[in-house]
Design a protein around this ligand. Structure first.
Ligand code: HEC
Length: 159
């Protein structure tokens, strides 16, 4: 009987530990590029949780799994983001995009076509997003390649 209790206590503790470890991403994973200069920033687990929720609500309809449904060439994968002008593979690049999105060459605003703060009147889901929310969403996008690797933006191959 005593042995059984010890064993059960051990198992419960063990399961609990692995669960906590599974949910909390380590600091390195939570660290992303802040701006093109290479400066980095570390997001908190709470910010990433919030980013995931907001992304699922406002973006995943078109960007589920990091792809862009109606334009697979311009996905949310690191390569595509980094080759845009100006580059978007960092927090500030993504936040700028959510405020006032531009064509891939950076020439024109596409705010009337793409959800943004600037066009929140046309896209209701963008209406209540604060700067902190945009920060959290950008963080969510940037850590995905580290978590699900090439599946993020990999398109039909994976999703
Ligand atoms: C109605 C569909 C739709 C929704 C909703 C949407 N997007 Fe997009 N997104 C697109 C399309 C289409 C493009 C490609 C635009 C172009 O042709 O330049 C795009 C492009 C992008 C890009 C540029 C990617 C690159 O490689 O340069 C980013 C960043 C982006 N979206 C982020 C977001 C975020 C963040 C949200 C949620 C706040 C969001 N999008 C919501 C359709 C959508």
């Amino acid at each position: 009987m005593a042995k059984k209790i010890i064993f059960l206590t051990f198992m419960i503790t063990f399961l609990h530990l692995t669960e906590v470890k599974g949910l909390e991403l380590d600091e390195l994973t939570r660290t992303v590029q802040l701006e093109a200069s290479g400066k980095t920033v570390t997001l908190t687990p709470e910010q990433l949780k919030r980013g995931k929720r907001l992304f699922n609500n406002a973006c995943s309809q078109c960007h589920n799994g990091g792809i862009t449904k109606t334009n697979p060439n311009i996905g949310l994968d690191t390569e595509s983001l980094s080759l845009a002008t100006p580059s978007r593979d960092h927090m500030n690049g993504l936040i700028d995009y959510m405020k006032d999105p531009t064509t891939y060459d950076g020439e024109y605003s596409i705010a009337e076509l793409h959800p943004s703060i600037k066009s929140a009147e046309i896209f209701p889901k963008m209406r209540n997003l604060t700067d902190e929310d945009l920060f959290a969403i950008a963080g969510h996008i940037l850590i995905q390649p580290k978590i699900v690797s090439e599946k993020w933006g990999g398109g039909k191959l994976y999703y």
